[in-house]
Design a protein around this ligand. Structure first.
Ligand SMILES: Nc1ncnc2c1ncn2[C@@H]1O[C@H](COP(=O)(O)OP(=O)(O)O)[C@@H](O)[C@H]1O
Ligand SMILES: CC(=O)N[C@@H](CCC(=O)OP(=O)(O)O)C(=O)O
Length: 299
């Protein structure tokens, strides 16, 4: 006798839950930092699926922290204002006028959109940036790049691009105890009184390191780190990754992502993964199933 669609759905759900349960128990009370990249923010349905994953993690006893980007959205706003975007080593060259727009787009509109999506799933999200509760202080970034052809190293002046140098976890610990889900925009003050634009990957790494997170997930718009043939690299060591940056296989926005992964591994974060945020429920699939997705960065 054939099963009704309802009982089939019921059985499938039960099987999925049974498979997920041991993983959920393993992550109970653990901190998982999810970096939600601007390129992973697709349509409304994908945004809702992402928010549902975060809400489900919280309901399962995990402590999820969202750090978001918004590079493409900043680019669109700048271009509407007639300002051209320029990147060096994957980082936006940021003058005084640009940093104001970056703060407006990240800590203003994108941050509140994500908060609203998570709240719509019945949770209590709270939108923050590095300025709130003196959470993060930054210093002007001192970056160098090596030209892949000439191998000559050059120092970059990126303006108001910052690197997190102090992270105070007081506010985040308080929020974890109060059942709130922090959603954090990568903007932070300097002790010099300036506001700094921080690459969201770098920012997420600093938060994960300070909180001694169990997992750090990067949601982007590609399946993970790809080799020269465009094939997914499932596992990448720090040494291999550095080599791929040096020979130009890893470029643009993937550079700060991979550099952050290497630092996070070195600081003791256990599982650091780059995966496709455009796959629905990628966060749950990564955390709660046997078959992880994307590129796992290892020592
Ligand atoms: N080796 C590589 N593998 C995968 N993506 C790469 C690689 N090198 C460069 N990229 C680029 O990095 C992009 C992801 O970084 P980024 O644009 O900053 O995304 P996000 O907004 O998610 O942080 C990819 O869309 C791709 O164009
Ligand atoms: C210094 C720097 O480059 N800051 C980034 C901050 C946003 C970001 O990192 O967004 P994604 O994660 O979507 O790339 C920028 O201005 O685009």
């Amino acid at each position: 006798m054939s099963q009704s669609p309802d009982s089939d759905t019921g059985e499938t759900r039960a099987r999925v839950l049974a498979e997920a349960l041991p993983f959920m128990q393993a992550y109970e009370n653990k901190t998982v930092v999810v970096k939600y990249g601007g390129h992973a923010m697709g349509n409304a349905e994908l945004g809702q699926a992402f928010a549902r994953d975060i809400a489900l993690l919280k309901q399962s006893g995990v402590n999820p922290i969202v750090v978001h980007g918004g590079g493409p959205q900043i680019g669109r706003m700048l271009s509407q204002m007639g300002i051209e975007s320029r990147f060096e080593g994957g980082l936006r060259v940021t003058d005084e006028e640009t940093v104001k727009i970056v703060e407006m787009v990240l800590a203003g509109s994108i941050n509140k959109e994500i908060v609203a999506l998570i709240n719509a799933e019945g949770e209590w999200a709270i939108g923050l940036c590095g300025k709130d509760g003196n959470m993060v202080f930054a210093e002007k970034a001192r970056k160098t790049v090596v030209d892949p052809d000439s191998h000559i190293e050059r120092v970059l002046d990126l303006g108001y691009v910052g690197e997190p140098v102090e992270v105070d976890r007081t506010l985040l610990d308080l929020l974890a105890r109060s059942e709130m889900i922090p959603v954090i925009a990568p903007v932070a003050p300097g002790r010099d009184g300036a506001t700094y634009n921080i690459n969201a990957d770098t920012f997420a790494g600093a938060i994960a390191g300070a909180l001694e997170a169990s997992r750090l997930l990067f949601l982007t718009d590609v399946p993970g780190v790809l080799d020269r043939q465009g094939e997914l690299i499932k596992e990448l060591s720090a040494a291999e990754a550095k080599n791929l940056i040096r020979n130009g296989t890893i470029s643009g926005g993937m550079i700060p992502k991979v550099e952050t992964c290497i630092e996070a591994i070195e600081r003791g974060v256990e599982g650091v993964v780059i995966l496709n945020g455009k796959t629905r429920h990628s966060v749950l699939l990564e955390l709660l199933t046997e078959h992880g997705a994307g590129t796992l960065i290892v020592r």
